[in-house]
Design a protein around this ligand. Sequence first.
Ligand code: 6PG
Length: 255
Amino acid sequence: MTAEPTIEVIEPRLYAASVADELVASIQDAIHERGRCSLVLSGGSTPSAVYRCLAMPPRVESVEWGKVDLFWGDERWVSHEDTQSNFLMVRETLLAHLGSNGPRVHPVDTTSPTPQVAAERYTRTIAETLGTAPDAVPEFDIVLLGVGEDAHTASIFPGSPLVHASGAVPSATCVAVKDASGEKDRITLSPNALFAARRIMFLVKGASKAEVVQRVLRGSESFDRAPARLYITAPAERVTWFLDSEAAVQLDRRA
Ligand code: 6PG
């Protein structure tokens, strides 16, 4: 029988600081065990508050940033100066506050000629940085993920061609996709790349997420309708859900 993922329920006012503490500990573990840490960042408002806490003393000084590689789990097809850019969000909340011995930063190159070229280049960047073959599934140390109210995660939306009803469709590490409207371009890591990570941390906060948390963690919908449910394809002991008490409120009410 598959193990249940770990679920941590945190008071809303303590949420960002608690998750930042967990993240520091995970980064330290990876560096201790393997010498470096590859960390895949998520966009969204929940992680941005966590990054702000990570950037504050004493946490920021307890990470050997020079041994960290930062990647992005997904990105909008916009300039790095655009307010929609996940790179810009991380630059403002975290990178701007790090000292000179900072991490190696690997943003998606949104100046590439097309989203498809950007995705191909990002696949190569990841393989070269991690020292794996471009067609192999990379094994990141830590992947941070959010969940949208429609049960998307990263930029894997309901109905995505990356997902079948029965599971993930094998694909390159990084792919060009459309957003939920089907109109705007995005780049996302594929489900197989995300869920091969050594540690997967879902960050979900707020009452507006209570229903989707119940659907994803306790429901039985097909993967193509609720892509965040694909997490169950990862060994459950590697997956932790950090919920605040508002997002967790429906979890005990089984249908
Ligand atoms: C993004 C992410 C997206 C996000 C969720 C949750 O860049 O927006 O791709 O998957 O993590 O939509 O976002 P919130 O934390 O803002 O609710």
